[in-house]
Design a protein around this ligand. Structure first.
Ligand code: MV4
Length: 445
């Protein structure tokens, strides 16, 4: 079993990982940047090491500093959380080649899924449906033209090294293709150090549904799906499990297809497979994330699991603690992300939290690391808390969430609470049939 875990992250996910570790009797080591010195995870850990100043590049992304802290503390494992180094295959390799346990997927799978075109091709070869598009990288404008006229417009150009909505460009007609292609290549080179692009048929109105997979390196299980269509600029703000949109038949097909592929790859730890689902409930793989995700909690609530504990058990060589037949989602969970931002312009709102109240209660889980007096730093993302409601039905979870959000009070920084409340109360959200366009293009409040 892992004895001492270094948590290479901050905020609510650092605390979340710490709780799971403590439950398993694992000692915890925090690394932190200068402004995080008095943060809750640093105060609650068994041991903490400063790894640099506020800028992530100098601290939470500083691999030599983190490895030095691991060495000094005698940690035998590292959990990267989400963001920062969580999908950096080089980091995973360095951790493993230093003789430490990396709590996450195999470095080869992080690398594979980081190449979005290779991921697409690999999933196709494993029987997972993908959108019509290019085979491999599109190197020249001529290849782009041929692919586009074969599949028809609109198309979307995506950066091979992109992902999560970064480095994408929609093209509506052949007239736009040449200029867009050249610009996209340049932009991709600037942003990711690689100009490589691939093409997919563009789906205008889609649901974003993702499947949580867990593996022990030998066998893999699909745990369940999450509806993640409520997004703005690729930042999710409300997620739910299970998806209220897809039918039981679609769910079964989706989970089985993914499970077969994950089983074949022999995935380890947690991987999430993202799909676009159209109005006919046809689903298409778009990309995979090789980390614990922000929205993992909704899957935990409806499946009575602790995914971080499972990650630690797997990393310790003990495998996960359940069998496929034991997985049966029950009830419904909805997560709302409270961010320190202007609810209309979405611009970040750093500053000191003067007053904070987030209610708990029956069917409410709050994952957070902030408190009254906490200084929200402009250096890090603006998420303050996740409020997760769960109930026997979607309607029950919805009402519990509405009350919890309505009774929450945060003073000192602007928050998206007003937006969350109107979203949850909107007829579109209540109907459970909303697409990725809803928040940005259809919601008026
Ligand atoms: C797409 C798409 C439509 N057609 N691919 C955005 C995030 C990244 N994972 C992929 N994304 C999209 N890929 C094709 N072929 C639309 C999106 C997309 C989107 C996807 C999921 C959730 C929200 C979104 C918002 C805008 C666009």
């Amino acid at each position: 079993m892992i004895k001492k875990l270094l948590i290479a992250n901050r905020g609510e996910i650092a605390l979340r990982i710490m709780s799971a570790a403590k439950e398993l009797g694992i000692k915890t080591v925090m690394v932190y940047s200068e402004p995080d010195k008095n943060s809750m995870p640093v105060q609650l850990a068994d041991e903490a090491h400063c790894i640099g100043p506020a800028q992530p590049s100098e601290s939470y992304l500083n691999i030599p500093a983190i490895m030095t802290a691991a060495e000094l503390s005698g940690a035998d494992a590292i959990h990267p959380g989400y963001g920062f180094l969580s999908e950096n295959p080089r980091f995973a390799e360095i951790v493993e080649s230093s003789g430490l346990i990396y709590v996450g997927p195999k470095p080869e799978h992080i690398k594979l899924m980081g190449d979005k075109q290779l991921a697409r091709g690999t999933m196709e070869s494993l029987g997972v449906p993908i959108l019509p598009g290019s085979n491999g990288v599109v190197k020249r404008i001529g290849d782009a033209r041929r692919t586009a006229s074969k599949i028809g417009y609109p198309i979307i150009l995506k950066a091979v090294a992109g992902g999560g909505g970064r480095g994408m460009r929609i093209i509506n007609s052949s007239a736009e293709l040449e200029e867009s292609f050249n610009t996209a290549q340049r932009e991709s080179y600037m942003a990711f150090g690689s100009p490589e692009l691939y093409i997919e048929k563009y789906i205008e109105r889609a649901h974003h549904v993702e499947v949580q997979v867990i593996g022990d390196g030998t066998k893999a299980i699909s745990i369940g799906d999450r509806e993640c269509s409520m997004q703005r600029r690729h930042q999710k703000i409300v997620e739910e499990a299970p998806s209220p949109f897809i039918s039981q038949a679609t769910r079964k097909k989706m989970l089985e297809t993914v499970e077969k592929a994950a089983m074949h790859l022999k995935v380890r730890s947690l991987i999430t497979f993202e799909f676009l689902v159209d109005d006919k409930e046809d689903f298409y793989f778009i990309e995979a994330n090789t980390r614990i995700q922000v929205e993992h909690a909704v899957t935990e609530q409806v499946n009575w699991l602790d995914l971080v504990k499972e990650q630690l058990l797997i990393a310790s060589g003990k495998g996960f603690s359940f069998v496929k037949e034991g997985i049966n989602h029950r009830g419904h969970a909805i997560e709302a992300r409270i961010n320190a931002e202007d609810p209309r312009t979405f611009s970040p709102s750093p500053g000191k939290i003067q007053f904070l109240f987030i209610p708990g209660g029956n069917g409410i889980r709050v994952d957070t690391a902030v408190f009254q007096g906490y200084e929200v730093s402009p250096y890090y993302d603006s998420m303050l808390a996740k409020v997760i409601s769960y109930g026997r039905t979607r309607d029950e979870a919805l009402k519990k969430l509405e009350t919890a959000i309505n009774h929450t009070s945060i003073v000192g920084v602007k928050t998206n609470l007003p937006l969350l409340l109107s979203l949850i109360k909107s007829p579109e959200f209540k109907s459970g049939n909303y697409t990725t366009r809803f928040l940005e293009e259809e919601f008026n409040w």
